[in-house]
Design a protein around this ligand. Structure first.
Ligand SMILES: [Zn+2]
Length: 238
């Protein structure tokens, strides 16, 4: 049913014997449309279309609590944005080689002493550089696995420090991905991966292209909403 794609959560249609009118119930992750037995599907769809704004407003309200948590950069409190969540990072200074690793509680970054007064910005720069380097293998691995699973053939996958784009795909079938995807939840990463994969077959945003995306990734609206609401935050340092 077309109404399934109106929102970033599933729409479930049910028919009930004792019910007299079409009714809509909005939950944080699901919309349930119920109607009396014998109501045509098209009529239920039309009803959802009519109530579209009302449903969207309620979905937004219900989901606000979840998204509000991450709206502010928390690096100064000792957190890094990682897969959509603020994750603790311990920063230590070293005279040796700077390093970045996962620990039982989050991350540990070892940076050199700044040597200047402005150590906060220096640390943010250093942590960003190390985090970027650390993200490469991980993002590339996840992209390759998903492409293989979905049967897309590509050439190189390069993780870059792009200033605004999340990813791109060239005519030569090379894929570029922004390292900041490591800050996005996995479902958002997967959307960008599929978005670029589908450009391997269509180097445009035609209707055929979007149909291919939707076939390979049913949660597009949810991912786009996350990016719209949190994308700018993911571009902040580190
Ligand atoms: Zn595109």
């Amino acid at each position: 049913m077309a109404a399934q794609n109106l929102f970033d959560c599933p729409v479930r249609f049910v028919k009930r014997r004792r019910q007299r009118y079409i009714r809509i119930r909005v939950k944080a992750d699901e919309v349930i449309v119920s109607a009396p037995y014998g109501t045509p599907g098209t009529e239920m769809e039309r009803f959802v279309e009519e109530k579209r704004d009302w449903i969207s407003a309620n979905l937004k309200k219900l989901n606000e609590k979840k998204t509000r948590i991450i709206r502010q950069n928390r690096f100064d409190e000792g957190f890094l944005l990682y897969e959509g969540e603020w994750t603790p990072v311990e920063i230590i200074t070293t005279k040796g080689r700077p390093s970045f690793e996962e620990t039982g509680f989050g991350f540990r970054a070892a940076v050199n002493e700044s040597g200047t007064e402005d150590s906060r910005d220096y640390q943010a720069d250093e942590v960003a550089r190390l985090y970027y380097r650390w993200s490469k293998k991980r993002l590339e691995g996840r992209f390759r696995a998903l492409a293989a699973e979905k049967g897309f053939k590509h050439e190189n996958v390069v993780i870059r420090n792009q200033k605004s784009k999340w990813g791109s795909c060239s005519g030569k079938k090379n894929i570029n991905l922004n390292w900041r995807l490591i800050k996005c939840p996995k479902f958002v990463q997967d959307y960008i991966f599929v978005h670029e994969m589908c450009h391997l077959k269509h180097l445009n945003h035609s209707a055929e292209y979007w149909a291919l995306v939707d076939r390979n990734y049913p949660e597009r609206m949810r991912a786009e909403r996350w990016l719209k609401e949190n994308g700018a935050l993911a571009f902040q340092k580190p």
